[in-house]
Ligand binder design. Structure first.
Ligand SMILES: [Zn+2]
Ligand SMILES: [Zn+2]
Length: 332
């Protein structure tokens, strides 16, 4: 089920990951005197990557079959694999990944899957393995246009794995900004922003390999110096009260269930709780990323007193919503 290229990739990347994770632990504790890793968090990351791998294996035959059917009906399948083929595949696969990742962030039922990747309050190479466990069930849908464009299904999966290595390596605080590379490629600085829960950083920098998609589709945000903006707070805007092996995967689903079961909601409100943006609420008890970002911008434009009023109102409406399984922001 793995192409020859993908097997080579696996063979080399696995020991490489072990070496760089070891080096990062050593460097960050010796040189930067910082606890970048915690035992429990790293163990959770390993657990999530194994769970994701098992689900991927179980469904691979099924989604490969779909991609092969589409490829067989493609009018372009005689495309000869050469430099142009592979370069086009790299760009096209990265483009489709951008949209997969963007939908993961903007539709709550997909966010319920992707949220696990963002639930660590640490940021290190091992967080790159904190997989969105059920993503293999729908990722292939985004690859269907690629199969139709004449890219072989196994080549598409190989390219996804190859760009994912890059996507894993950008999970580090040890690398600063990288000059001209910042203009084209996704860098650790870009991805630190992606994992930030600060309002300005929410739902930004969704690219895996090329940052150009974020710049084109207005989701780009540069990492700002501490003189200009607050330091990055990794994790969720509201982190889990009691993370365990079950809730770390299913907590957002549990919350969706509680939300739609509330009494007195209209059908539209129930639908919004599933298909609307994360943070949607019918009574203002929670906020979407865009609402938080707008309020923060408003705060910095106006006086500190206005900011205090906004957060007091927020605390009040959160109290009125006893359904949440998340810890409130002020308790973090
Ligand atoms: Zn994400
Ligand atoms: Zn990440």
């Amino acid at each position: 089920m793995y192409s020859y290229y993908e097997q080579i990739l696996l063979l080399f990347s696995t020991p490489f990951y072990i070496v760089i994770i070891g080096a990062e632990i050593l460097l960050s504790s010796l040189h930067f005197h910082k606890r970048t890793y915690s035992f429990r968090d790293t163990l959770t990351n390993i657990y999530l990557t194994i769970a994701n791998g098992l689900i991927d294996m179980a469904f691979k035959l099924g989604y490969l079959w779909v991609l092969v059917q589409v490829f067989n009906h493609s009018p372009f399948k005689s495309w000869h694999p050469g430099f142009i083929y592979w370069t086009a595949l790299l760009v096209a696969e990265d483009f489709t990944y951008y949209w997969l990742h963007r939908f993961d962030h903007e539709l709550r039922f997909l966010w319920a899957v992707h949220v696990t990747h963002h639930s660590s309050q640490k940021f290190n190479f091992s967080v790159g393995f904190r997989s969105s466990v059920f993503e293999p069930l729908y990722r292939f849908v985004f690859f269907i246009p690629l199969a139709w464009a004449g890219f072989k299904p196994l080549d598409i999966l190989f390219m996804y794995s190859a760009t994912q290595i890059w996507g894993t390596l950008v999970h580090t605080e040890l690398v600063g900004k990288l000059g001209w590379l910042e203009k084209i490629f996704v860098t650790p600085s870009h991805h630190r922003v992606h994992h930030g829960s600060n309002p300005k950083y929410l739902d930004k920098n969704m690219g895996m390999f090329l940052i150009v998609w974020d710049k084109l589709f207005h989701t780009f945000q540069e990492e700002l110096p501490e003189t200009e903006y607050a330091p990055i707070q990794y994790g969720l805007t509201k982190n889990l009260e009691n993370p365990n092996a079950f809730t770390v995967i299913f907590h957002e689903w549990i919350q969706i269930y509680r939300d739609i079961m509330q009494k007195g909601l209209t059908l539209k409100q129930r639908i919004n709780y599933i298909f609307g943006p994360p943070g949607y609420s019918h009574n203002g008890s929670r906020k979407t990323s865009r609402q938080m970002e707008r309020e923060e911008a408003e705060c910095s434009r106006r006086s500190a007193q206005i900011c205090e009023e906004i957060s007091a109102n927020q605390r009040e409406s959160e109290k009125k919503n006893p359904l949440s399984i998340y810890r409130n922001a002020e308790n973090q």
